[in-house]
Each structure stands twice: as C-alpha cells, then as structure tokens.
Design a binder for this molecule. Structure first.
Ligand SMILES: NC(=O)C1=CN([C@@H]2O[C@H](COP(=O)(O)OP(=O)(O)OC[C@H]3O[C@@H](n4cnc5c(N)ncnc54)[C@H](OP(=O)(O)O)[C@@H]3O)[C@@H](O)[C@H]2O)C=CC1
Ligand SMILES: CC(=O)C(=O)O
Ligand SMILES: [Mg+2]
Length: 763
C-alpha cells in the first residue's frame, strides 16, 4: 500500500451549548408534520374528512392493499425505541432517546424521502413492547427498531417479524451489519485477504455485534475464525458466565479468554462496545495491515490518532462523520427502507441485506465523477485506505442502494408490487434527493477545501460571535470579528462562549487598527468628488464597521464580508457600495434562492432594481443565470409577467418581450424565454401542452421578475405561506464578495451566508 493513513479530524467540533441551541432554536426538536393536500375550502374538507373520506375507507376495507394508494402508509416508517441502548451511552430511557429517534426520522427524509415519525415506548418489558408495536402495523409501511439493548432486541424483532406483514428491521443489528460488511469487503480487498481465511474479532456481543457476525458468516466468513467478545472477554465454547442463547450460537472453539488474547494476531477487529475498549497493546498485537473498525458512538473504542501513534499500516474506520471512513448505519437504513417500500416488501431478508452491502462496497470502488467529488470533503476521494465506503452525502446512494434492495426483494419473492422498469425507477429515485442540503453541503465542502478570511462586521453581536465561531469550527476559514475587543469578550462570556486562545479567530477594532489610515485614504480617493472630506472618510472608517470591513476586503486584508444583522438591508448595501464597485461588465443585482418541495428556484432581482427596463431585465437574467451555474444548476430562465406570450396584451408586458429580444441578440449561452406567467414557467406539463413552441426544455429554475415589488413579494410569500427555505437576497455582481443577511438573522443564517460569501456565489 502506498497511500499513508492521515488520521486527522476532517470536520468541525462544536460545543455542548451549540448542540443544545441547535435543538432548541425555532420550533423545538427536529421535525414537524405537514399536510400533502390543500385544506382550504369547504370542498377540500369534505373530501379530506367526512363525508369524502368514507370512500377510501370502504375501498380499503374491501381491499387492504389500497391503503398504500389512499393513505401515507406506503411511505411511512416508524422509528421505535425504548432507549435501553442509546448509541453507546447505555440505558438512559425512552424519553432521553427521543433526540436520536427524531434524528433518525429526519435522516430518513433527508436521504431517501421516506416519511418517518419517532415513537418512544416507555417499557423495558419485551412482551409489553411487542404488544404495543404489533398493533401499529396498519399505520406504517415499515418499522425501524432502534437502540434497544440485547438480548431483548432479538426477542422483540423476531416476534414482531412473525406478527407483522411489513418490514421490521432493527437498525442497530442489520443496518450496522450491512455497512460494516460493505466496509470490510473493501478493506479485505485492499489488504489482499479473503473472507474464508480472515481472522476477525468482534468486541460487543449485543445487537450490533451479533448481527455483524451473523451477516458475515452468511457471506462466507469461517465460523472458527470469528471470535466474539463482551464485557467478560472472549465467548468460547463452554463459557457459562454472562451468556445467552445468541452469544452461545457464536461461541468459538478457542483458547482465547480475554479480548487481548483474541486480538493477538487477528486480521480485523470490530468495536461495537464502548469508548476506549481497545488498548494500544491490543492494536500493536494484531497482524500486519490490520483492519480496525472502532464503531462505538459517539466515542470509538480507539481513535484513529491513537492507532496512528502505534502503527502506520492499519485501515481504520469509526462511526463518526469527522474522520475518514465513517461506518455508520445512516448509510443503510434510509436506502434499504426506500427500496423495500417501493416494492411493498413484506420483509427485509438476508438477500436484500447482502445486496445492500455489495452495492455500497461496489460504489466506493467506482471512479468518483465531478458532480460527486463536490460532495466530498478535501480532495476527490479515491478507493483506498481512507476511502473504503461512500460518505452519506454521496448523491449516487439514492439510486444505487434502493434499486439493489428492490431487485433482491423481487428475486426472492417478497415484493408485493414488483418494479417493471428498473431504469425509470432509478430516475425517480434520483429525483427524490433533497436539493437543499445538497446545495449547501457542496458549497461548504468547497469552502473547506479553499478556506477564506471572512470579516463579520457586526462582531459585538452575540449571534455574530456564535456564527463566527461556527464558521471557524466547521473549518471554513478565519473569522474576523470587527468590534471592541473587551466588548466582544464580555458578550461572549455572558453567552457562555469561550473565545480565549481560539485559532483562526481575529478581533479587529476599527478605531485601533493600524490599517485605518490606509482605508481612509482609499475611501477618500473614491469619495472626494462626492462631497466627502478626508476627515469624513476617517470618521466612516473609525466608526462604521461596514465601511471598515468592506475596506479590509477591498484592499485584500480579507476575502469576504458579512453584515446586515443590525442594519436595514438597503443601508448596509449603500455603505458597502461606497467602498466596493460593480465587477467590470456586470450589473449588481439581488438573487434569492428558494428551496421548496424538492425544487430549487432562483428569483431575481430581489434587492436592487425597483423598476428595471428591458436592457436591465436582460442583464438581470444574465447575472442570475451565472449564479445558477455557480450553484451547480444548468439555468433555464423564465422572464415573468402576468401575461404569457402576448396574452393578455398589455403595455407592461412589452418590456419583457423586448428583454427577450435583447437576449436573442446577445446570443447568451443559456436557455431563456418569456414573457410568461409563473405557473407556466414552473409547470412543464402546462408549458408543453399550451405553449409547445416555448424554448425551455424543462420547468424554469431561474425566474426573472418584472420588478422589485413582485420579486420581493413573491419570495416573502413563498417563505411565509409556502414553507420554502429562502436564502438571500444574495448580492451578485460586486467586484468583491460581500453578503448581507436580513435584519436579526440567526447564527445559522449568518454562517450559511458567510459560507456563500466565501464561496463567492456573487461571482
Ligand atoms: N457505527 C454504527 O453504525 C453503530 C454503532 N453502534 C455502537 O455499538 C455499540 C453497541 O451498541 P448495541 O449493540 O446496540 O448495544 P447493546 O446494548 O445491544 O450491546 C452492547 C454490547 O457491548 C458489550 N460491551 C459494552 N462495553 C464493553 C466493553 N468495554 N468491552 C467489551 N464489550 C462491551 C456488552 O457486553 P455484555 O453483553 O457483557 O453486557 C454488549 O454485548 C454502541 O457503542 C453503539 O453506539 C451500534 C449500532 C450502529
Ligand atoms: C449509529 C447508531 O445507530 C448507534 O450508534 O446506535
Ligand atoms: Mg442505534
């Protein structure tokens, strides 16, 4: 092996307070329920509820399979726990497990568009738990059991699988086993081993450990080469202490009595036990090129740094996202259920699990295309010791793993609704990918690769300090807080934030800065013919943080500026414009990115031009198309109006038609058309049916509004009424990267905008 392991932490750390704040801000928790049908009129109510609802009721009573057509059941999975084995934290009870279960539910949605709800069942009695869950079958298309300790989890899962005709899947058992198996297949390949002769130790004989051993044996591992260990040491034939039937089934014929005995000379070890369970001596005693999967969460049995201090020939994986090789069941459960639900599988069987493991293993060996490289941290990953398994953000997972699972379900006769056209199914799967997180994740990863110095102009504000810290902690670059040092520390202390000795965090007091003379002279050069004296410029630099911060960027002392928390947008913008010009040949505009219902639509101009003329509209279209491209979308630009292609005829629509003609003459390199109404622009079917001559090849993803008021009103309505996430307005076309957040923005908004500024989304 030539590539050296780099056991570095690749990702952010965060404080406990940040974790609590993340969970409590806005609507507490991580999920909500939203209706999928309108509930606006009397008729809607009559259809959704009594009397209309009686019709599907009778249809389902007659044919139960209809429930998958008339209710949410077919796409709904329950995440159910009693909190007896929460991650590696132990038995902390049903209520304490809720944050994890909500987390699993949102991961289902985020990664595979599976609707999911968490249910915490407050009993440790296996029979009571089974009785509670068994009667919930009609509500769900699948049951994901989570964080239930062994051995009760085996009894519970087995019994529920017998009682229910939908997939019942204990994620800590099978999800973990599938991902670990995928990683192991690749690690064996890289180290030139084969399944039959590999000596494996699995530490932890609970839910995850037992399931891993079972799956690996089903995949060909030799039973006499696999040793299971628990708190009492090796599980050998004849052992009586701390045993149960599941451990007995895997008791090995071995002289090993302790974990240390078992690990001596072992090729591979799985940690599914607890923090710190592996000692340096144990790691040192393993065979050459050992495979070490330390999967306890949140803290592994041994860290990659600790392994690296002992030997440099190991392949190391953990359950965490902040080290290379994350072996975590998040790579499995969303996609496995997606495939199972799509074929109405009655169960998730061994063949489906093996198909998922193989699909994951193969994916990691494939060349990473450009589109995918952007989703990975650091440089483009290449199959090797630091990349044995895809990362959860890999956009190929959604069309690879569910398809493999669905195919295996069909081949083994457990699919109630087989897929006829696999190719079409894969296309549908890709469309389920949530673009919100994908887009931002891509941008964050890009900035991490090329970290920047970003000025946070309103450095004395608490949420700005939090945002600056989060920016630094996420590895996005250096944060420069503008403000009085003492005041910033005071605010931070009052908020319980420790700023002492932070790397990559600078504080600049405009009044005391050695650069303020240079900034004032620079500003005076720009403003002397606009009635400003040198002392006016000095005052602006000393007293106004936007002028100071923008000058830092203009003169190259920083890469980007973020402001707006305490000032009106237009005031902040005019401060900045005194210091920074438009990029030559560009027009400064505002673009809002609206993310709704799986679609991303850019709206322009949401910030600058109140009543653009035709020429300005055409330039707005060009700038907005540029933003779309920078965000990774191929632009399809619609110039909007209340009329569509001349109907109804109106004087105001003429300027839109003229803007289209200007774009024609300019021979721009993106799709555009207009004038058209918003419904035509966004609804491809309507467009094709009514206006087959329209030049857009799909629904528009860039909407150029006829004026500022329509742009501003529509985006705000989308946000408030439509439940869209609206990012921006992003300032586009300035010569240096500056972004302005809305008044009173949260720390999260500020970090996102800072990342967008650092990414130079504005061109
Ligand atoms: N990365 C991933 O995707 C996943 C990781 N995990 C992690 O695996 C661990 C176990 O989870 P799970 O199987 O659900 O829990 P269980 O409670 O079902 O089982 C825990 C097992 O670990 C054993 N154990 C605990 N501490 C030690 C120790 N210091 N040395 C040896 N054995 C020990 C227990 O031994 P005994 O039987 O003697 O009590 C028991 O067999 C957790 O840390 C969890 O976070 C779990 C699922 C997924
Ligand atoms: C990842 C997971 O499910 C666990 O650690 O329990
Ligand atoms: Mg778990």
């Amino acid at each position: 092996m030539t590539d050296k392991p780099v056991p570095r932490r690749t990702r952010p750390t965060f404080t406990d307070q940040e974790a609590l704040q993340f969970h409590s801000q806005g609507r507490p928790g991580k999920l909500e329920v939203v209706p999928t049908k309108p509930m606006a009129t009397q008729r809607d109510l009559s259809l959704a509820y009594s009397p209309g609802v009686a019709v599907p009721v009778k249809a389902i009573a007659e044919n139960p399979t209809c429930a998958f057509d008339y209710t949410a059941r077919g796409n709904m999975v329950a995440v159910i726990s009693n909190g007896t084995a929460i991650l590696g934290l132990g038995n902390l009870g049903a209520l304490a497990s809720k944050p994890v279960m909500e987390g699993k539910a949102v991961l289902f949605k985020r990664f595979a568009d599976v609707d999911s709800i968490d249910l915490e069942v407050d009993t440790e009695d296996a029979d009571a738990f089974i009785n509670c869950v068994r009667y919930l079958g009609p509500s769900f298309g699948g049951i994901n059991l989570e964080d239930i300790k062994a051995p009760e989890c085996f009894i519970i899962e087995e019994r529920l699988r017998e009682l229910m005709d939908i997939p019942v899947f204990h994620d800590d058992q099978h999800g973990t086993a599938i991902i670990a198996a995928a990683g192991l297949i690749n690690a064996l390949h890289l180290t030139g081993r084969d399944v039959k002769s590999t000596r494996l130790v699995v530490n932890g004989a609970g839910a995850a450990g037992i399931a891993c051993v079972e799956l690996l044996k089903a995949m060909g591992f030799a039973p006499d080469k696999v040793i299971l260990c628990d708190t009492k040491g090796a599980i050998y034939q004849g052992r009586t202490e701390g045993m149960n039937q599941w451990k007995s089934a895997h008791a090995a014929k071995t002289d090993a009595r302790s974990l240390a005995d078992a690990m001596a000379g072992a090729d591979a070890v799985f940690g599914l036990s607890a923090k710190g369970a592996f000692t340096p001596e144990m790691i040192a005693s393993m065979a050459p090129k050992p495979i070490i999967f330390a999967m306890a969460n949140p803290d592994p049995e041994i860290t990659p740094e600790e392994v690296a201090a002992i030997r440099d020939d190991a392949i190391v994986a953990t359950g965490r996202s902040d080290y290379p090789n994350q072996v975590n069941n998040v790579l499995g459960f969303p996609y496995i259920f997606r495939g199972a639900l799509d074929v109405l599988a009655t169960t998730i069987n061994m063949e489906m699990k093996i198909a998922a493991a193989q699909a994951l293993a193969e994916l990691a060996r494939e060349d990473v295309p450009d589109e995918v490289a952007a989703a990975y941290q650091g440089s483009r990953p290449r199959f090797g010791r630091e990349y044995i398994i895809p990362v959860p953000f890999d956009p190929r997972l959604i069309h690879t793993v569910p398809a493999a699972v669905a195919r295996a379900a069909m081949d083994t006769g457990v699919a109630r609704r087989p897929i006829v056209d696999m190719r079409a199914y894969k296309t549908q799967l890709s469309a389920r990918r949530d673009p919100v997180a994908g887009t931002l994740a891509r941008i964050f990863e890009r900035v991490r690769r090329f970290p920047k110095r970003v000025v946070f102009a309103e450095g004395e504000e608490e949420q700005v300090i939090r945002a600056a810290l989060a920016f630094v902690n996420q590895g996005l670059g250096t944060a420069i807080l503008v403000g009085r040092e003492e005041r910033i520390h005071e605010t931070a202390r009052a908020a319980g934030i420790d700023l002492e000795g932070r790397e990559n965090l600078e504080i600049h007091n405009a009044r005391l800065s050695q650069r303020n003379g240079a900034y004032a002279r620079f500003l005076y050069d720009r403003l002397q013919r606009q009635g400003f004296l040198l002392r006016d410029c000095q005052r602006l630099i000393n007293q106004d943080r936007n002028h100071f911060g923008a000058s830092m960027v203009a003169l190259g002392d920083a890469d980007a500026l973020i402001t707006g928390v305490t000032r009106n947008y237009s005031i902040a913008l005019s401060d900045v414009r005194r210091v920074i010009d438009a990029k030559p040949g560009h027009r400064v505009i505002g673009v809002s990115v609206c993310l709704a219902r799986g679609r991303t639509v850019l709206v322009a101009d949401t910030a600058i031009h109140e009543m653009p003329d035709a020429q300005e509209l055409s330039e707005i279209a060009i700038e907005a198309a540029g933003v779309a491209r920078r965000l990774g979308y191929e632009p399809r630009v619609a110039l909007l109006s209340f009329s569509t292609f001349g109907h109804p005829q109106a004087e105001r629509a003429e300027k839109i038609q003229e803007a289209v003609r200007i774009l024609d003459r300019a021979r721009v390199d993106f799709e555009y058309d207009g004038e058209m109404s918003a419904d035509v622009a966004l609804n491809r079917d309507l467009m094709a049916a009514q206006y087959p001559f329209c030049r857009l090849t799909g629904a528009a993803n860039v909407l150029v509004m006829p004026a500022f008021h329509s742009a501003s009103i529509s985006t705000r309505m989308l946000q408030e009424l439509g439940g869209s996430t609206v990012i921006g307005p992003l300032i586009v076309g300035l010569d240096k990267p500056v972004q302005i957040v809305p008044l009173g923005a949260t720390d999260n908004d500020i970090v996102n905008m800072a990342a967008l500024a650092a990414f130079n989304v504005g061109g």
